[in-house]
Design a protein. Structure first.
Length: 143
């Protein structure tokens, strides 16, 4: 059986890193994914709930913000709970296995950060000693 989801979209909110009681990092976010067809009176995008855990959550919260363009690879998972009115509530979300930055920091931010730019590639340098970095050039994108 296959349960795989691949999405490309923009974050609808600034990410807020939270921690579980045992210290596990988690971020929940909504990804706005454009529809390939547009019909009058219908939304032009789907808003898909996603959640990332552990190191990916830490990296996402550090480097991404509202409007960031990312690619997400994961799986659908449904959970449920009983609300205060005693009704069963079902939530379906994408559990992120992998994600990819799809634009440079310079492209995703309206104003440059305080760090000085690296003139050779236009990216801004940050302390990445504990984070795996991904360099993506425009020629590497499949679209």
């Amino acid at each position: 059986m296959i349960n795989r989801v691949v999405l490309t979209g923009r974050l609808t909110i600034d990410l807020e890193l939270r921690r579980t009681q045992n210290g596990t990092s988690v971020v929940s976010f909504t990804l706005a994914v454009d529809r390939s067809f547009k019909k009058e009176g219908q939304p032009e995008a789907d808003f898909i709930n996603c959640v990332a855990w552990n190191r990916q959550a830490d990296t996402m919260a550090q480097y991404l913000h509202r409007g960031s363009l990312i690619g997400v690879d994961g799986r659908l998972q449904t959970r449920n709970y009983e609300n205060q009115q005693g009704q069963r509530v079902y939530i379906t979300e994408v559990f992120v296995d992998n994600f990819t930055f799809l634009e440079s920091r310079a492209q995703s931010q309206p104003t440059p950060p305080k760090e000085s730019p690296n003139a050779s590639n236009g990216y801004y340098r940050t302390d990445t000693s504990d984070v795996e970095t991904i360099g993506i050039e425009g020629d590497d994108l499949p679209f």
